[in-house]
Design a protein around this ligand. Structure first.
Ligand code: SF4
Length: 572
């Protein structure tokens, strides 16, 4: 096979994110499977956002290949700043071009395996909705299927598209080989990439069927990767220039390496295994800029507090600050928990939040806390009623009352996926407008206060990237897990990445200024957001040019502005 087109339509599934700046495991594993069997095959890797620049140019390029593979699947509802996942309509249009008729087309990823999620609150469409234009819907592991097809002389027609790996060891040689595909990612040259790293697949709660809406238990008994294999992958990526990683591809990082995996619904964490994993990761890539985590089961922490404290401390020893342990709480309504076999009740979640605060809320000077919980709430589940909204709101209010910190609260509506229990059950009774009102209430009464605690005025966020130009301001985010969205009035220096500090808070975002704040270079719109300055004064301050006036201004600013602000000033 000479040439393969690999199109990344992005994925978002319970344990894997692949919307830029994240690069999911899919393109890396698939590329590795191809290069392991056919080292000289040219793989043309593009993201869907690159393809959108010109559909025609992309199709002409693909017309000269032997195989087209689309990776796609948003099966967890989300909103994205870094890219827009491919839609079903777009996929149909893009791959139905007559000039591509002669080329076999594979659909892989969550859409092919679980169904095409459209948006939260709706049932997913079956994968067949994309057949045609796709000739092969890969319901198994794409790297295994592609590898088998290459073994069989590219005979896709005769192979089982549902083939899966029997263990992670089976594909380790693909994983390492495929790392170099990231050099074709549009974020590579800007050093704006974070690689999602798999530590295990499947959910330990498969033993009881797992949560009603989740696809993860369908993988069966979790398959863990050896820490040495993970470190090898990270070393290979790092040697290419990747410096940001999220050990994020698992149901619950705290249970990685547990000897009770496969035997207990809530396996006892194994702090030694976490030590091995994180220390090996650091040795593999000493120049790491971001090392974060993702999912943690609050039920694990509540049941195993001693081991969980040890695990959290180990993570903090090796990771980079600003880290988030995403708790999939979903609901604290007892009826919803019961009907959907959720992982923890309100008391258990509260215990887990307290414990993680105890260990993780410390912060470097003027930085973000080390490791905080994030809370995911999910609506549209069986058993819901108006009371669910009350339960959840009271729970969040309790967090505030106790002075606890939560890095972010995600409020989403479930996508009903074929094969999960939720599609056979009657959904809850919350109307859409009630849901939206509730979400607003959380934004207005909980989020604003929480973000003020997490990133108080003057907090410095290093290496924030300018991601979008929004007219009179930029949108910036740090590379990392659940980055805070920053709005910065436009300045003179407009580079890709810079340090910023917080001057104001919105419910889910921050207003920031460049750090240090160079008073001679700051623009009028930047002065206007300096607390206590105001529009008229900003015009006068901007007009100061003479040295004597500047000295006077410096003295005045020091007297009038709060300490957290004056410490950011630079008069050069
Ligand atoms: S705990 Fe529930 S939501 Fe989390 S991975 Fe397991 S089944 Fe899915």
């Amino acid at each position: 096979m000479d040439r393969v087109a690999l199109i990344d339509g992005y994925v978002d599934e319970p344990t894997c994110l692949g919307v830029p700046p994240y690069v999911s495991t899919y393109p890396r594993y698939i590329a590795g499977a191809i290069w392991a069997k056919s080292p000289f095959t040219e793989i043309l890797y593009q993201t869907i956002d690159q393809v959108r620049v010109s559909f025609t140019a992309a199709q002409q390029r693909w017309a000269k290949t032997n195989l087209i593979i689309l990776i796609a699947g948003m099966i967890v509802p989300g909103k994205y700043v870094g890219g827009t996942p491919i839609s079903v309509r777009e996929a149909k249009e893009l791959f139905s071009s007559p000039i591509l008729d002669h080329i076999p087309k594979l659909l892989v990823g969550p859409w092919a395996r679980f169904g095409c999620g459209i948006e939260g609150g709706r049932l997913a469409l079956g994968p067949d909705v994309l057949s045609p234009p796709f000739d092969f819907i890969v319901s198994g592991d794409p790297e295994v299927v592609v590898s088998q097809a290459l073994d069989d002389g590219n005979m896709l027609d005769s192979i089982d598209l549902g083939m899966v790996r029997s263990s992670s060891q089976e594909i380790e040689h693909f994983i390492e080989r495929g790392t170099r595909i990231v050099t074709q990612h549009p974020g590579f040259d800007k050093n704006y990439i974070i690689c999602e790293i798999e530590s295990y697949r499947g959910c330990p709660r498969f033993l009881t069927g797992g949560c009603s809406f989740c696809v993860e238990p369908s993988y069966g008994e979790p398959q863990q990767r050896a820490y040495s294999a993970i470190a090898q992958e990270i070393a290979a990526l790092n040697s290419l220039g990747i410096r940001a990683f999220r050990i994020g591809h698992q149901a619950d990082l705290f249970t990685y390496g547990s000897t009770e995996m496969g035997e207990e619904e809530f396996p006892r964490p194994n702090p030694d295994a976490i030590e091995q994993l994180f220390s090996a990761t650091r040795r593999a890539a000493s120049n790491i800029e971001v090392l974060h985590i993702d999912n943690v089961n609050p039920g694990t922490i509540a049941r195993h507090p001693k081991e969980s404290i040890a695990v959290a401390k180990t993570i903090i020893k090796y990771h980079t600050p600003g880290d988030v342990a995403a708790f999939g709480v979903e609901s604290v309504d007892p009826e919803v928990i019961r009907r959907n076999n959720l992982k923890a009740d309100a008391d258990e979640v509260l215990d887990a939040v307290r414990l993680l605060n105890e260990v993780g809320k410390a912060r470097p000077p003027w930085g973000l806390p080390h490791l905080l919980p994030g809370i995911n709430l999910l609506y549209g589940l069986p058993g819901e009623s108006k009371k669910t909204l009350e339960y959840n709101l009271i729970f969040l209010q309790e967090l505030l009352k106790e002075g606890l910190l939560v890095r972010r609260i995600n409020i989403r509506q479930v996508i009903g996926l074929p094969g999960t229990r939720i599609v056979d059950e009657r959904a809850g009774r919350i109307r859409r407008n009630e849901f939206y009102r509730h979400r607003e209430e959380v934004r207005d009464t909980i989020d604003v206060e929480m973000i003020k605690r997490v990133a108080p005025l003057g907090t410095i966020l290093e290496s924030a990237f300018i991601e979008a130009d929004e007219g009179n301001h930029y949108l910036l985010r740090q590379l990392g897990t659940y980055p805070l969205l920053c709005h910065m009035p436009k300045g003179r220096e407009e580079t890709g990445r810079r340090s910023v500090f917080v001057v104001d808070h919105g419910p889910r975002s921050l207003t920031v200024l460049p750090y240090p704040f160079k008073i001679q270079q700051a623009t009028l719109s930047q002065w206007k957001v300096v607390p206590g300055i105001g529009a008229k004064r900003a015009v006068r301050v901007k007009g100061v040019e003479h040295v004597a006036d500047l000295q006077h201004l410096e003295a005045q600013l020091k007297m009038e502005l709060p300490d957290w602000f004056t410490r950011t000033l630079d008069y050069d």
